[in-house]
Design a protein around this ligand. Structure first.
Ligand SMILES: *Cc1c(COP(=O)(O)O)cnc(C)c1O
Length: 377
């Protein structure tokens, strides 16, 4: 979709907040533990390259992405640190990964066998760095049997085309108060690790939630994602052990203001009717931007006042009820702070029955991203 710079709707990304969140987290890790910044999905909607650069300045020594294309985009932007693709990539892309020094995730023996056929065709390739995924209870990707894991390690170690660079698992419930399932996964991880006689360069188990709330033994890298962006992985279920600063705000402007008489309807379906004469403002954002239809009724901040979205959310526009006549051009805060009041991504998520991850990742790239520079400290 066309990025729309000439419309007054934009996302503001606070680079100082990102720096703070990464730097603060890195400082709390053991000296020998590295922080890899998870910048998949366009850095959770914040913008891949600018976020990666700030994370690097703040102490990130590597990056995690979801797809090969995201990894290549980082390489094209002169990001030279290690990059791990967390998802399963097609074995056909193994040669590209080797050439670009991109590390890949392996979850079974079949992948190794197939990738070998693609790599053996070219003996001049650099070695391909591999991380073995262990499925200890997430049920998504990875080895579940010790014998298969041992066979994979043996195949990698005997091969000239592969390097055993890492091993990892992913916890399904690290953001929950109940530790039962987490402990079960950890026990399974430790059991599977018993067949790993030589530990690879990276052993990693922690997403943001795990790094914030669990003492993670014997790992030397964390995959820090949502915390970079200043959001609490648990939503609001568990308190953060230290302050994280939200990095993303979403702003727009009133582009049309009118008074409607009692009984007049607003938006598709004519589901909303003014109970008295009301001032209605129109804002140029809609579900095509990721402002979900179920956000009808949610409030936005204008002139420090909460104004409810009335009627249905349209594809590109929403209407709000104003307490009085506000000027066309008045700033609208959909996520972020306006005076003493603030609308968090978590509040938007709670209203629309989802998690803040989905709200921020869902903000479409039609919305331009503006970057607040880092303040020197
Ligand atoms: C996305 C992802 C992460 C980052 O998770 P956060 O909750 O955002 O910290 C870490 N590890 C894996 C395997 C992931 O897919």
């Amino acid at each position: 979709m066309q990025k729309s710079y000439l419309r007054p709707t934009y996302i503001e990304v606070d680079q100082q907040a990102i720096y703070h969140n990464v730097h603060e987290t890195k400082n709390r890790l053991h000296d020998d533990t590295e922080l890899f910044a998870v910048v998949k999905a366009d850095a959770y909607g914040h913008g891949l390259i600018p976020v990666a650069r700030v994370c690097r300045e703040a102490g990130a020594t590597g990056f995690c992405v979801a797809t090969m294309d995201e990894a290549i985009a980082l390489r094209n932007a002169q990001i030279t640190e290690p990059i791990l693709v967390l998802g399963i990539t097609s074995p056909q892309t193994a040669a590209i990964a080797a050439v670009q020094h991109i590390s890949l995730t392996v979850g079974d023996l079949d992948w190794l066998a197939e990738a070998t056929t693609y790599l053996q065709a070219d003996t001049n390739l650099p070695v391909l760095n591999l991380h073995l995924a262990l499925d200890t209870g997430m049920g998504r990707i990875g080895f579940t049997e010790k014998n298969n894991l041992a066979a994979a390690i043996q195949q990698i170690n005997e091969s000239l085309t592969f390097n055993f660079e890492g091993i990892f698992t992913h916890f399904a419930t690290a953001d929950e108060i109940d530790q039962h399932y987490f402990d079960q996964q950890l026990a399974k991880f430790n059991d599977m690790m018993s067949v790993v006689s030589q530990r690879p360069r990276y052993v990693h188990v922690a997403n943001s939630a795990t790094s914030l709330w669990h003492q993670v033994c014997h790992a030397n890298m964390i995959r820090f994602g949502i915390g970079i962006y200043g959001l609490n992985p648990s939503g609001s279920a568990i308190e953060l052990p230290y302050e994280l600063q939200p990095a993303l705000s979403l702003y727009s402007e009133l582009v049309f203001v009118k008074q409607i008489p009692a009984g007049a309807a607003v938006s598709y379906g004519a589901t909303y009717h003014a109970s008295t004469a009301e001032w209605i403002g129109t804002i140029p954002i809609g579900y095509a931007d990721g402002w979900l239809r179920r956000l009808s009724g949610m409030t936005v901040l204008i002139n420090g006042v909460r104004c409810p979205i009335v009627g249905r959310v349209c594809m590109d526009q929403i209407m709000v009820r104003l307490p009085e006549k506000f000027a066309v051009g008045a700033k609208v805060t959909l996520i972020g702070r306006d005076g003493d009041d603030e609308i968090s991504a978590q509040e938007v998520a709670e209203y629309s029955n989802t998690i803040h991850y989905e709200i921020i990742c869902g903000l479409h790239d039609r919305i331009p991203r503006h970057y607040l520079p880092r303040r020197e400290d």
